[in-house]
Design a protein around this ligand. Structure first.
Ligand SMILES: Cc1ncc(COP(=O)(O)O)c(C=O)c1O
Length: 387
């Protein structure tokens, strides 16, 4: 298989350990140096005069950071708030819904474990039902996906909850059509976009979700502890604060109760949030549309190489409709935990090996710093360890 590839960015531009083949951007991201430097600059700015920074400049600084993010994802700055991570953003939504006994939240069997737990917790308290619709792999067409998912909607369905890009299977789900149908049916749509921003273009107005949360610290390469929660304007009155602080019954209300209640949740380091405009600038300066297309071509090559080795079919057609910079493929039966440890201990390769429905899988992430050699090292290691 002849394939030439030049990594769009040098690994030295990131703070990553040069001795590790890092194929797991998907778990916690990695931040480029100029963005990290801006983050530390904000931290110093805060420490220089904490009262001026948090007491007087807070609202204006947070608003500027929201405006830059809102422009990038095509919505209004008052429709989103910064939160520490997608888990928190989605907890805010889940815990705000007034579910009644017997109400159903429809989801898929590809969701992130921590969020499955969130919904179990809510449903245990409210006697609502968290209902998983099976989405068999390999997936085939968007229509087939939508029909299959939608066939599990009942008159008791209050909400649909699904990932835009799934964690275990790394698949891009066609969520826009689900959101459209949900809106038409009066069902609340809640999208877990933890892996989306930065990896795929995002237009929240077009997408039409009622609620959407994405991590900025994954594929937008922001510092850790940065994410956003979007709430469609009409849905904002539904949202309660997870942490009640001064913004509740504010003495100085702004035009948005949603922003007042969610933005100030007590004293915290907001440097990671304020760094978002810098990350967006970095992406624009590096023509990120091209970068992600290049990364996809390496992901595509890696997927082909691994499936050629295992003779096991990939989870989706070979299309950017289904995967972008991250892919999951099955592995022959093995001890997944041991394989992951051996890849790391013997080959210095950081890559997740997971077990799903008793089948081991590998999920590889390709970011701008990954090289063809990273992929070759992974394929060679898998080959050696399979013998
Ligand atoms: C699909 C999905 N949702 C939510 C999360 C949670 O992210 P965080 O721990 O940053 O809240 C992850 C993390 O990997 C994820 O993959």
């Amino acid at each position: 298989m002849q394939f030439t590839y030049h990594a769009p960015l040098a690994k030295e531009l990131f703070l990553l350990d040069p001795n590790i083949v890092f194929l797991n951007h998907g778990s916690f991201g990695a931040t480029p140096l100029p963005v990290f430097e801006k983050y530390q600059w904000w931290q110093r700015e805060l420490e220089h005069q904490p009262v001026e920074f948090l007491g007087r400049r807070f609202n204006e600084l947070m608003r500027e950071a929201r405006v830059a993010l809102a422009q990038y994802i095509h919505t209004d700055a008052d429709n989103l708030v910064y939160v520490s991570n997608a888990t928190m953003g989605l907890n805010i939504v889940a815990r705000s819904l007034r579910l009644e006994p017997g109400d159903e939240i429809l989801t898929t069997d590809h969701e992130y474990g921590a969020l499955d737990r969130t919904w179990h917790f809510i449903c245990r308290k409210t006697h609502a039902v968290y209902k998983h619709q099976t989405i068999p792999v390999p997936v085939t067409t968007a229509d087939d996906f939508v029909e299959r998912f939608w066939s599990a909607v009942t008159p008791r369905t209050r909400g649909v909850f699904l990932s835009h890009i799934t964690s275990p299977t790394a698949l891009i789900f066609p969520v826009q059509e689900i959101c459209r149908r949900a809106r038409q049916a009066g069902i609340i749509s809640i999208i877990d976009g933890a892996h989306s921003i930065g990896q795929i273009p995002l237009n929240l107005e077009e997408l039409g979700a009622d609620f959407y949360s994405s991590n900025l610290h994954k594929w937008l390469c922001c510092p850790k502890g940065s994410a956003f929660l979007y709430a469609r304007r009409e849905m904002q009155p539904l949202v309660e604060p997870l942490v009640v602080s001064w913004g509740y019954e504010s003495d100085y209300p702004s035009s948005s109760r949603f922003i007042d209640e969610q933005e100030w949740t007590g004293t915290r380091d907001i440097a990671a949030f304020l760094t978002t405009p810098e990350a967006i600038k970095f992406y624009e300066a590096h023509c990120w549309g091209t970068v992600r297309t290049q990364c996809h071509s390496l992901a595509q090559y890696a997927r082909e190489r691994i499936t050629a080795l295992t003779h096991l079919p990939p989870l989706s057609p070979d299309s950017t409709d289904w995967y972008m910079q991250m892919f999951t493929v099955p592995l022959p039966l093995c001890d997944a935990k041991q394989l992951k440890s051996r890849l790391y201990d013997e080959f210095h390769i950081e890559v997740p090996i997971i077990t799903r429905q008793n089948q081991p899988f590998i999920r590889a992430s390709i970011q701008a710093y990954n090289t063809l050699d990273d992929v070759e090292q992974l394929v060679n290691a898998l080959n050696k360890l399979s013998k």
